[in-house]
Design a protein around this ligand. Structure first.
Ligand code: NDP
Ligand code: GDP
Length: 352
C-alpha cells in the first residue's frame, strides 16, 4: 500500500487530496499545527477524519518535519501548508516567508537526508506571475515570466525555485504545481468566492441584508478544487518530474460571480451589494488567466466543472449549512465563524 504525507491536511486542498488518495488505496498521513483547538472541520465534513493518521508538526522546524517523514515513511509528500491569504502576507511578511518559503527547504533537506526516492509536490501559485499579468493580458503558462508583487508571492517563488534546484541538482522527484484559483464549499471565508456564497445564503434565509465587497471588476480563473488535487496526484505519478500549470483557461469577474449567485436565490444584487473600500487592495490584478494545455496533454488532466456549476455548488452548500444552523442541527462548519454567529444569536450563554 502506498503512503502519502500531506502538510496542510486541514485546509481546503489538503482535505480533498486526502479523500482522493484514500479513494485510490493510499495510507494517508497528515501534519497539522498544534493549536488549542485544532481545525478538523473539513476532514469531518468529508467523513474522513477517522481514516487519517494525524501528526502534529511545525513546518518551520527541520527536526519536526524529519520526524513526520520518518513516522509516515511516505512514498509521496504533498506540501500544501501555507499562510495562503495574500492580504495577510503584508501583515506578517516574515512569518509568511518562513511558513511558505523556508518550510519547503525543511522538507527537501529532510527528504535528501532520509530517503531520496520520496516524491515531493510543492503548492506553487499563479500569484508568482504577479504584475506580468497586468502587462501582458495573456494566458500564463510554465514559460511565462515571474514577477511577484506580494510577500506571499515572493515566499512561494522561493519554494518553487528551491523545489526546482533540488530536482536538478540532487535528482529528487520534486515538482511544483502552479495552480490558479480554485474554490469549493471548503474554501476559507476570507476568499471572495466563499464570502459571496456564504452571504448570499444568509440573505436568502433572511439572516443578512448586505454583501460588502471591494473590486468587483477583478477577474480570476476560478476552478473547482477537487479537480485540482487530482492534478497534484497525477504530477507525482507521471514518468518525469516536471512543473505544471493547472487552470481552467476562462476568466470571470467578481461581479459575474455575484450575479450568478443572486440568480440562484431569485434576488436583485443591486439591492444588497455595497462597495466597501476596506476590501480594496493597494496592488490588485484585474485579470488572472492560465493555460493548462501542458497538463492536459501530458497528464490527461482536465477542468470539468463550469463557472456556473461552481457558483451553484458553493451557494447551495452554504444555504444547506445555514438551514441546518437555523434548525439547530449538527453539521461540519468553519468553527470560530459560526460560533460567533451563534453567540450573536443567543447571547453569551451558548459559550458557557
Ligand atoms: P487553506 O488556507 O485552505 O489551507 C492552508 C493549510 O495550511 C491549512 O491546513 C492550515 O492549517 C495550514 N497552515 C497555515 N499556516 C500554517 C502554519 N503556520 N503552520 C502549519 N500549517 C499552516 O489553503 P488551500 O487548501 O486553498 O491551498 C493549499 C495550498 O495551495 C497553499 O499552499 C496555497 O498557498 C496554495 N494555493 C492555493 C490556491 C487556491 O486557489 N486555493 C491557488 C494556488 C496555490 P490550519 O487549518 O491550522 O489553519
Ligand atoms: P486571490 O486571487 O488569491 O487574492 O483571491 P481572493 O478571493 O482573496 O480575491 C480575488 C479577487 O477578488 C481580488 O482581485 C480581490 O481584490 C477581489 N475582491 C473584491 N472584493 C473582495 C473581498 O471582499 N474579499 C476578497 N478576499 N477579495 C475581494
Amino acid at each position: 500500500m502506498k503512503k502519502a504525507l500531506i502538510s496542510g491536511i486541514t485546509g481546503q486542498d489538503g482535505a480533498y487530496l486526502a479523500r482522493h488518495l484514500l479513494d485510490n488505496g493510499y495510507e494517508v498521513y497528515g501534519t497539522y499545527r498544534r493549536t488549542s483547538t485544532p481545525n478538523f472541520w473539513r476532514l469531518d465534513y468529508l467523513g474522513i477524519f477517522d481514516k487519517i493518521n494525524l501528526i502534529s508538526a511545525d513546518i518551520t522546524d527541520f527536526s519536526s518535519i524529519l520526524d513526520a517523514i520518518k513516522t509516515s515513511q511516505a512514498d509521496e509528500i504533498y506540501h500544501l501548508a501555507a499562510q495562503s491569504f495574500v492580504r495577510a502576507s503584508y501583515e506578517s511578511p516574515i512569518a509568511t516567508a518562513n511558513i511558505d518559503g523556508i518550510s519547503v527547504l525543511n522538507f527537501l533537506e529532510a527528504i535528501r537526508l532520509h530517503d531520496e526516492s520520496t516524491k515531493f509536490y510543492f503548492a506553487g501559485t499563479s500569484e508568482m506571475y504577479g504584475q506580468s499579468v497586468q502587462y501582458q493580458k495573456m494566458k500564463l503558462n510554465e514559460e511565462s515570466p515571474f514577477n511577484p508583487v506580494s510577500p506571499y508571492a515572493t515566499a512561494k517563488l522561493y519554494g518553487y525555485w528551491t523545489t526546482r534546484i533540488y530536482r536538478e541538482s540532487y535528482k529528487l522527484f520534486s515538482v511544483s504545481g502552479i495552480l490558479f484559483n480554485h474554490e469549493s464549499p471548503l474554501r476559507g471565508l476570507e476568499f471572495v468566492t466563499r464570502k459571496i456564497s456564504n452571504e448570499i445564503a444568509r440573505i436568502h434565509l433572511g439572516l443578512s441584508k448586505e454583501l460588502r465587497l471591494g473590486n468587483m471588476d477583478s477577474k480570476r480563473d476560478w476552478g473547482y478544487a477537487p479537480e485540482y488535487v487530482e492534478g497534484m496526484h497525477l504530477m507525482l505519478n507521471s514518468k518525469t518530474p516536471k512543473d505544471y500549470v493547472l487552470a481552467t483557461g476562462e476568466s470571470h469577474s467578481v461581479r459575474e460571480f455575484v450575479e450568478e449567485g443572486f440568480k440562484l436565490i431569485g434576488k436583485d444584487p443591486e439591492k444588497y451589494v455595497k462597495s466597501d473600500k476596506t476590501f480594496r487592495r493597494h496592488i490588485d490584478f484585474d485579470l488572472v488567466l492560465g493555460d493548462s494545455s501542458k497538463a492536459q496533454k501530458e497528464l490527461g488532466w482536465k477542468p470539468k466543472t463550469s463557472f456556473r456549476e461552481l457558483v451553484k455548488i458553493m451557494v447551495n452548500e452554504d444555504i444547506r449549512r445555514w438551514e441546518k444552523w437555523q434548525k439547530g442541527e449538527r453539521f461540519s462548519f468553519d468553527a470560530p465563524y459560526y460560533k460567533e454567529m451563534e453567540m450573536k444569536k443567543r447571547g453569551r450563554e451558548v459559550l458557557e
